[in-house]
Write a protein of this length. Structure first.
Length: 426
């Protein structure tokens, strides 16, 4: 039984290549059915995010990722994306069996992410697993592996500080806001801009249970698209003065060359709020919020430079946590591989049990016949014990004797351990 993790990520391929090999969510079920119909593949999961595309496959072969199976997977990936004339091998990585297990656990724990320790990848892995399960692409092997992976990732989150410290501007902004507002669900956030950073801020706020999100942007349509994703609503930049008093948190990141929020506008909002404080983060360069706003009472204004120290400290903390996480993962890889090796002994145990039960049934049948013929019960019981013992130990004794005659001390030692005997030192 062989496992392969085949894919590309932000470390091995530029975005131009990653986007060519990505899978849109709506086509993954069909892609899984096609993938598992290949002769080499028994079970499969497809993970596709902006930073990685990976195939996790349990193969129909006994060696560690046989070349034929590997070539078949790469060919399928190229054919599915219409890239048969493109050499993608330089961008691909391949992890067989134990290495594949370790890779999965590292991915799920955020150790292989662009942002060390980011938590989104675990949710993406869970979604990929669910889609594969619904598509009947999962069997006993990958089901066990993914459940083990999720459990390991949870342990890493619980036992280390891998995700506790902010390492991005967006995450740092939201983390800082949490220090001021302990209960997000009763507060409103005004986000100015609709780019990638604001999208990440909106995601972190939404996941932290923010009560309401307002997104202001020069292009209202773009703001509306982003607001829909996070149950918020959109306004134009010109509408900010009307809504600013509603905001407990203001985070701004635009490409504007001139300030968007001036001191007068913020003063009016504070007055309308009856001096309830506003937490502001200006991520933009040049700044979106006039520097003088920071002089106002009841305003907590931070710039991107103020966040740098938080981010650097957070990165150091995560790197230290990552070392402990790697230790946890190594232990969990060994645990899973032990389970995998135990599968090889199950069929042997089943055969031995079936053979023993057949002997038992034969001896029991003979005993019943003797009782029916009037033979004394005590004598029948003695015969049963003797016959059962002789039949069960006959073949092992013959094999051990032959092993001794052939000088097979390894087999004799194995029998001593297997039957829990005391070695004869003489």
């Amino acid at each position: 039984m062989s496992l392969i993790a085949l894919g590309i990520n932000h470390k091995t391929a530029p975005v131009k290549i990653r986007e060519q090999l990505s899978f849109a969510p709506d086509i993954i079920p069909d892609a899984l059915r096609d993938l598992t119909s290949q002769d080499a593949v028994n079970e499969a999961v497809i993970l596709s995010t902006c930073n990685r595309t990976e195939l996790y496959c349990q193969l129909n072969c006994d060696d560690d990722g046989s070349q034929d199976a590997t070539d078949a997977l790469i060919y399928w990936l190229q054919e599915h994306h219409g890239l048969l004339d493109t050499d993608i091998s330089e961008y691909l990585y391949l992890h067989p069996d134990k290495d594949a297990v370790k890779h999965m656990l590292r991915v799920a724990s955020g150790l292989d992410s662009l942002v060390l320790g980011e938590p989104q990848i675990l949710g993406q892995l869970k979604s990929a697993f669910s889609v594969a399960k619904e598509s009947n692409a999962i069997g006993q092997f990958l089901h066990k592996l993914f459940q083990h992976t999720f459990s390991c990732a949870k342990q890493v989150r619980t036992d280390t500080a891998i995700g506790a410290s902010p390492v991005s501007v967006a995450f740092a902004s939201v983390s800082l806001a949490k220090q001021i507002f302990s209960d997000f669900q009763h507060h409103t956030a005004l986000l100015i801009g609709a780019g990638e950073t604001i999208e990440l801020v909106a995601r972190h706020l939404h996941e932290s249970g923010i009560g309401r999100i307002i997104i202001a942007n020069r292009t209202v349509e773009k703001a509306h698209t982003l607001a829909q994703e996070f149950d918020g609503y959109a306004i134009s930049l010109s509408e900010i003065p009307t809504h600013l008093a509603e905001a407990d948190i203001v985070i701004s990141s635009t490409a504007s060359q001139l300030p968007i929020l001036g001191k007068g506008t913020v003063e009016a909002a504070i007055k309308a709020r009856k001096h309830r404080p506003i937490f502001m983060v200006d991520i933009a360069v040049p700044r979106d919020i006039e520097e003088q706003v920071g002089d106002l009472e009841d305003i907590f204004l931070y710039t991107v430079d103020d966040l740098k120290e938080i981010i650097d400290e957070g990165l150091k903390s995560r790197q230290e946590a990552a070392l402990k996480a790697e230790e946890i993962i190594d232990g969990e890889v060994s645990h899973f591989m032990n389970w995998l090796r135990s599968l090889n002994s199950i069929s042997t145990m089943c055969q031995y049990r079936e053979k023993s039960e057949a002997i038992r049934d034969e001896v029991l049948s003979n005993a019943k016949k003797q009782l029916e013929n009037g033979k004394p019960v005590e004598q029948v019981l003695n015969d049963v014990a003797r016959q059962l013992t002789n039949k069960l130990i006959h073949k092992p004794c013959v094999q051990i004797k032959q092993a001794g005659m052939d000088g097979r001390t390894d087999l004799v030692d194995a029998a001593i351990e297997l039957f829990d005997l005391q070695a004869d030192d003489q």
